[in-house]
Ligand binder design. Sequence first.
Ligand code: AMP
Length: 146
Amino acid sequence: MRRALALLAAFALATGPTLRAEAPKAPADCIFCRIAAGTAPSRKVYEDPYVLAFWDIRPRAKVHLLVIPKQHVASLKELDELPAEARAALLSACVRVAREEGILDSGFRVIANSGQDAGQSVFHLHFHVVGGEKLREDAITRDPAK
Ligand code: AMP
C-alpha cells in the first residue's frame, strides 16, 4: 500500500505541471488586462464573470465593440488555455452585445485578428463586433502593397 502511494506521489510530481491548468502570465502593461481590472478606463457595455465588452477607442463603424476574456491570453492561438466556460461566454457575449446595440437583425461582423499577418495590434484576445451600417464586403483581403 505504502509503495502504491509512493508511486502515485512520484507520478503526480512528474506530471503535475502538464496536468495543472495554469493561467498564463499577462504582460504587466497589457491595456486590456488593465481595462478588465478597472484600472484603465473604458466605455463598458457588458460584463460577466468571464468576459468584458466595451467600445473600441477608435470606432471604424457606427457600432464597434470589443469583447475580451478577463483572463489574459494573447490571441485565438491560445484559445484552448481558457476554460470552456470562458470560451462559450465569449461567443455568447458577441451575440448579446450585438442585440443590445440593436444590430442583431440588420447584420454585424465578428472579427478576431490573430497574429502578425492579420494585423493584430493588442495582444490580449479580443473579438471586434462591428455593424450599424453597411460594411465593406472585402474585409477579408490581402494587403495590395505586398
Ligand atoms: P487589433 O488591431 O485587432 O489588435 O485591434 C485592437 C483594437 O483595440 C483596435 O481597434 C484599437 O482601436 C483598440 N484599442 C486599443 N486600445 C484601446 C483602449 N484603451 N480602449 C479601447 N479600445 C482600444
